[in-house]
Design a binder for this molecule. Structure first.
Ligand SMILES: O=C(O)CCC(=O)C1=CC=C[C@@H](O)[C@@H]1C(=O)O
Ligand SMILES: [Mg+2]
Length: 370
């Protein structure tokens, strides 16, 4: 694969409504769109880094810098025969996974287009549709959470994820169970807001038949999650703690979790995501695809990875209209049936970038050639 050109675009898109987690609130989503031009096709992916280093250590500006100064120059002068070569090429550079994933993902999209196959097929996925869930942020009141749950249950989403934090945990979960019953596939994401001193709250959450409690403890912890898992019957799911297939191996060996949330950006790309998927499959650890408030470009990559067989739990890949008044892709990502998305079978990610919509949100762009 000869990579002739790479383009970066910084976009800023307003969310339909603010998304709040235990570590902060997003109203305007800034993101870096990466486009790779190779032998007559263009591949697209997006960096999922947030504006501030609150989810992980990366930001929009670190991603732009690492891409512009280090990763793109390496890619433009490298011999790439297959997309798997890209993560090997980037390996000497420590971490900066979201920057790496955005460029690697765009190469994967270009590669699939050159082969005339879908991105899902290129990574070995066989599903033609995927079940999807939806993530609900921390709302100002329990009633506001219930209204969101009602909307998404009506839309047929197969998993409801709610954000929790100390002081806003038992009440919303109890109210959801009271209004929607114990059959609703419900989980909680704490985004590392608790510590082992909050064991009593975790044990109380254990009584609400949650599918899982996601990342209750520190973002870089595997040990204490193992201690906490011993105390709970509810499965722990790790998100922020897992950056590589080696982290996943350690978490599995220590019984730190029973489920893993794979995010392509957090782990450095599609190749590493597939390795984590395969390792979890060997150890009967189900995985699902987390979301990072992506545009349709990122959603398309999430749909592709979710087509792999061990993605057996509905992920956070909701339709475009969950967050966007208008998405930058055509067609927009829309539910095929309640709670179900189609896996595109046309070449690459299966969605086109809509240049006129994309330009409405463009803050900065740059072009890189050898
Ligand atoms: O994209 C979505 O709908 C999922 C959003 C979501 O839950 C998250 C987005 C970004 C960081 C986190 O706060 C959180 C997560 O941990 O999954
Ligand atoms: Mg999470």
């Amino acid at each position: 694969m000869k990579i002739e050109r790479v383009e970066l675009r910084l976009l800023q898109m307003p969310l339909l409504d603010a998304f709040t987690t235990s570590f902060g609130q997003v109203k305007l989503r800034k993101l870096v769109l990466v486009s790779v031009y190779s032998e007559g096709v263009v591949g697209h992916a997006e960096s999922v880094a947030m504006e501030y280093p609150l989810y992980n250590e990366e930001t929009i500006e670190t991603v732009w810098y690492i891409l512009a100064e280090l990763l793109i120059p390496r890619l433009l002068t490298a011999e790439i025969t297959a997309p798997e070569d890209v993560s090997r090429l980037f390996a000497p550079i420590r971490r900066n996974n979201m920057a790496k994933a955005a460029l690697e993902g765009a190469v994967w999209d270009a590669y699939a287009k050159q082969k005339g196959i879908s991105l899902a097929a290129a990574i070995g996925g066989k599903k033609q549709t995927i079940d999807v869930g939806v993530s609900i942020g921390i709302e100002p009141t329990v009633d506001a959470v219930l209204k969101k749950v009602e909307r998404f249950v009506d839309e047929g989403y197969k998993k409801i994820k709610v954000k929790i934090k100390p002081g806003f945990d038992i009440k919303p979960i109890e109210a959801i169970r009271k209004q929607f019953g114990t059959e609703l596939p419900l989980m909680a994401d704490a985004n590392s807001a608790y510590s082992m001193t909050d064991l009593a709250i975790m044990k109380e959450l254990d009584h609400y038949q949650l599918m899982m409690i996601e990342q209750p403890l520190a973002h870089d912890d595997i040990i204490d999650h193992a201690k906490l898992q011993k105390e709970l019957s509810t499965p722990i799911c790790l998100d922020e703690s897992i950056h590589t297939v080696d982290d996943a191996r350690k978490a599995i060996e220590l019984n730190s979790c029973k489920i893993i949330n794979i995010k392509i950006g957090r782990v450095g790309g599609l190749s590493e995501s597939k390795k984590i998927h395969d390792l979890c499959e060997q150890h009967h650890i189900p995985v699902w695809c987390g979301g990072m408030l992506e545009t349709g470009v990122g959603r398309a990559h999430n749909i592709a990875i979710t087509s792999l067989p061990n993605f057996t739990i509905p992920g956070d890949t909701s339709a475009s209209n969950r967050y966007w008044a208008e998405d930058i892709v055509t067609p927009e990502v829309a539910l095929l049936k309640p709670g179900i998305l189609a896996v595109p079978d046309n070449p690459g990610i299966g969605y086109e970038v809509n240049p006129s919509v994309m330009r409405k949100y463009l803050l900065r762009e740059a072009r890189f050639m050898e």
